[in-house]
Write a protein that binds this ligand. Structure first.
Ligand SMILES: [Fe+2]
Ligand SMILES: [Fe+2]
Length: 254
């Protein structure tokens, strides 16, 4: 975290009457974190979540042009459209609001920690086979990054907010629990769905490519790679249902 950013953060927090130097202890995100560090982190989490809106909106459209069966195309269209709206909500509403409450101005795209896939590039082919390939590759990349967000980033943010003990942090903990975690779990389910419907019936080479691209996504958030056994455990033995993907069937989701 750059000293210049932290200095700026200290000023913004002090303006809101928040102690910028309160130590929040070690977390998975940094060996030591202060309120100023949490502020900077929330700005980049908000921007990174928001960056997920456009590529997932494009994926919904790509699914209709990838030569898939109607059922699979419809399922992916609905699930990715919903994900697109949810990522915008995480960025602008959940993390963006907490950032703003701490004195932040509107977060900017350049605060995103990942360069999102270009939505225009995703949609510029008319070849169904090529589109299927792009769909599988982008699903793996996003799913990899989201698996880390779910298992590591969100718990770390909750821990930091707990040590902070401020009402803004309390609100954010409730939002993460009630909104972000269930939605991110479903985004990881889309990664599983794409695997079972598009990838599993193909060759071992295609499956291996899905694993490697998933790991590329995990690496964007500096997480360790999944070996084949870990992938198999996370991916499960069957495709989730549409109701599970849309969050209409809470049973069996954890
Ligand atoms: Fe999200
Ligand atoms: Fe997500």
């Amino acid at each position: 975290m750059s000293p210049a950013l932290l200095e700026l953060a200290r000023g913004r927090l002090a303006d809101r009457g928040i102690d910028p130097d309160q130590a929040l202890g070690p977390s998975d995100l940094a060996p030591e974190m202060t309120t100023a560090g949490l502020y900077v982190t929330l700005g980049s989490v908000a921007a990174t979540e928001k960056a997920g809106q456009n590529p997932t909106h494009a994926l919904a459209r790509l699914a209709l042009r990838a030569g898939l069966s109607n059922e699979v195309a419809d399922t992916l269209f609905l699930a990715y459209n919903q994900q697109s709206a949810e990522e915008a909500g995480h960025g602008d509403k959940v993390f963006g609001n907490a950032y703003y409450a701490m004195g932040g101005i509107a977060h900017l795209p350049d605060q995103s920690v990942v360069e999102p896939p270009d939505p225009e590039a995703l949609l510029n082919s008319d070849d169904p086979k090529e589109n299927r390939k792009r769909l599988g590759g982008t699903a793996a990349l996003l799913g990899g990054a989201e698996s880390v967000a779910l298992q590591r980033l969100l718990p770390a943010l909750v821990t930091l907010c707990q040590s902070w003990g401020h009402p803004i942090g309390g609100d954010l903990i409730a939002q993460i629990r009630d909104v972000v975690r269930p939605e991110e779990s479903r985004h990881v389910l889309i990664w599983r769905y794409v695997f079972h419907e598009l990838i599993a019936p193909k060759t071992e080479k295609v499956i291996e490519l899905y694993r490697q691209t998933t790991n590329d996504g995990r690496m964007l958030l500096a997480a360790e790679a999944l070996d084949r056994g870990a992938l198999d455990r996370m991916i499960g033995t069957s495709a989730p249902t549409l109701r599970q993907l849309l969050g209409k069937d809470r049973v069996g989701l954890s």
